[in-house]
Design a protein around this ligand. Structure first.
Ligand code: ATP
Length: 377
């Protein structure tokens, strides 16, 4: 990566369609202007929402929280990505930062383009799916985690939507990405809790205990449970109940779904989801597990019901994420506590769902033609 960070985006790249949106970012496709083969990249723009410290005597702006969070996320992501460049890259399972540009629109991270889609999207789309394929996914994530953990980087936000395939090839590498929360220590602002579902969060993160590389291992345990059943290990009527289940490590392998799944992977999941982080295996140990190496993973086609459950789980998750991105990137006043509970919960009331739909439609309407000015309020 080049050291110069003050390069303007438009000088270097032709920016094309929107690839995705997060709470404080927009990711667009770009083509490097001076590259020989017209290299395509992903441009993640992290927008600054204003000065961190209001000028003396000025009233606390309603955007000050937002500025605080966006700035912390931005600084953090930049820091972690630079450490990845120094200590991890190139690695087949960790996203690579190619360059950084900065202008009035914000800071633009120039990332390698992942055009192969999200982890669950690919799994639900493929005709053949078995334990062996799930083991291959775990191998890739564990390899990426092992490299990150060796460099003392804890991802802290590992979830399926942060795992993208590099390309559409059958054997495409799977890349771990989105390091926005990776080392923000003790980030207690409640708005941060809005970023996503608590499904993948470890008990120590929930109880504001010490986060270590073992917290990522818990998240991998949750991903693996979903990969083999189509539903998450901790399901409850309310977010509060779910939190309690996570804190107690209270989950089961329901007979109907799990009786056909290899006992060796059930043991593995049980070890990944240990409440005591020290009892969880490291990423390196996971890579040596006989189910993960493929030796004990079954080759039989997975039950159709599991795949169809995974499909609806995925659709629901995407809807929630899109609604959340729309809320976070549009009106600040919509971010009420109620909305937080609403989106964090699986049980949406019809009128609540309708509100989210309206928001969702808003971003779809702006959709692919969105520009930076649309991203700014
Ligand atoms: P969140 O608020 O969910 O944490 P974020 O602001 O950190 O999100 P990302 O998750 O990094 O943003 O990116 C948002 C979306 O943009 C992703 O879900 C993905 O669809 C797309 N995206 C991000 N990076 C890439 C990439 N390198 N190649 C292709 N698409 C990408």
């Amino acid at each position: 990566m080049e050291q110069e960070t003050r390069k303007s985006l438009s000088d270097e790249y032709e920016v094309t369609e929107v690839l995705g949106r997060g709470g404080f970012s927009v990711v667009r496709k770009g083509i490097q202007k001076c590259s020989e083969g017209n290299t395509s990249v992903a441009i993640k723009t992290l927008r600054r929402f204003g000065p961190l410290t209001p000028s003396p005597g000025s009233r606390k702006s309603k955007n000050s929280n937002r500025a605080l969070i966006s700035d912390a996320l931005l600084t953090n992501e930049l820091l972690v990505m630079r450490k990845i460049v120094e200590d991890v890259s190139p690695h087949p399972n960790v996203i690579h930062l190619r360059d950084v540009c900065e202008d009035n629109g914000g800071v633009h991270l120039i990332l390698e383009l992942c055009s192969g889609g999200e982890l669950f999207d690919r799994i639900v789309a493929q005709a053949k799916y078995n334990e062996s394929e799930a083991a291959a996914v775990v191998r890739q994530i564990a390899k990426g985690l092992a490299a990150l953990h060796r460099a003392n980087i804890v991802h802290r936000d590992l979830k399926p939507e942060n795992c993208l395939f590099l390309n559409k090839d059958e054997n495409s590498p799977l890349k771990i990405m989105d390091f926005g929360l990776s080392s923000v220590d003790d980030f207690t602002d409640p708005v941060v809790g809005l970023f996503g579902s608590i499904d993948y969060v470890s008990p120590e993160a929930l109880s504001r205990g010490k986060i270590t590389h073992k917290s990522d291992i818990w998240s991998l345990g949750v991903i693996l449970y979903i990969l083999l059943s189509g539903y998450p290990p901790f399901i409850a009527q309310s977010t509060q109940q779910k939190q309690q289940m996570i804190l107690n490590g209270q989950f089961s392998f329901y007979e109907k779904t799990w009786k056909i799944i290899s006992s060796s992977v059930k043991h593995l999941i049980t070890s990944l989801l240990k409440v005591d982080p020290d009892m969880r295996p490291s990423a390196e140990e996971i890579l040596r597990h006989p189910w993960v190496t493929g030796d004990l993973a079954k080759q039989d086609q997975m039950d159709a019901e599991i795949v169809s459950r995974l499909q609806s789980f995925n659709a629901r998750r995407k809807f929630r994420a899109a609604a959340m991105a729309s809320v976070l990137s549009s009106s600040f006043s919509l971010r009420t506590k109620k909305l937080k509970n609403l989106v964090g919960s699986y049980d949406l009331k019809p009128e609540e769902l309708e509100n989210l739909r309206i928001n969702f439609k808003k971003i779809c309407k702006n959709g692919d033609n969105a520009t930076l000015s649309e991203f700014e309020e």
